[in-house]
Ligand binder design. Structure first.
Ligand code: SF4
Ligand code: SF4
Length: 143
């Protein structure tokens, strides 16, 4: 096969395979060669514990560093996993988000409210708790 034909075929295959997939899932973002679907959010180490995000959360998913959290009338502590099995989100260093309770504000607002008010922009997508939009809908309905 001629080099020009080969390049044209490779380009066409890329467009045919990836463009429709991207357009059908506009919420997906790409980081390097990894594909993440926006999920529950997490708070990074840059958090200055100012507390601005906490009252903005419609699902009460945000907690102060070192405090216990609750869900469905049950209290949880540092060593407890969430009902979904998610773990590792608790923090004594900074505010934290319980992934089972964060819908990315889906069903309440057009954008994550905590992210919008954070003065140091330390609230990011949590790649360990990736969820599709359908997951977020289910989560919202179960809260
Ligand atoms: S994205 Fe929304 S639901 Fe999730 S923690 Fe932030 S304010 Fe709460
Ligand atoms: S608004 Fe940002 S800096 Fe302030 S407590 Fe929340 S995550 Fe931390």
């Amino acid at each position: 096969m001629k080099r020009r034909t080969f390049l044209f075929n490779a380009f066409s295959a890329t467009v045919i395979c990836f463009v429709p997939a991207f357009l059908s899932k506009p919420n997906q973002v790409f980081a390097g060669n990894k594909k993440y679907i926006p999920s529950s959010l997490q708070i990074g180490n840059e958090c200055i514990s100012c507390g601005a995000c906490l009252p903005e959360c419609p699902t009460n998913a945000i907690y102060e560093n070192g405090s216990n959290w609750s869900m469905g009338g049950k209290n949880y502590g540092e060593n407890d996993a969430a009902p979904s099995g998610a773990s590792g989100f608790y923090s004594i260093e900074h505010y934290y988000i319980v992934p089972d309770k964060c819908t990315e504000c889906y069903g309440y607002y057009d954008e994550p409210q905590c992210k919008a008010v954070c003065p140091v922009d330390c609230i990011v997508i949590d790649p360990n708790h990736v969820e599709s939009k359908e997951d977020l809908v289910k989560k919202k309905n179960n809260l």
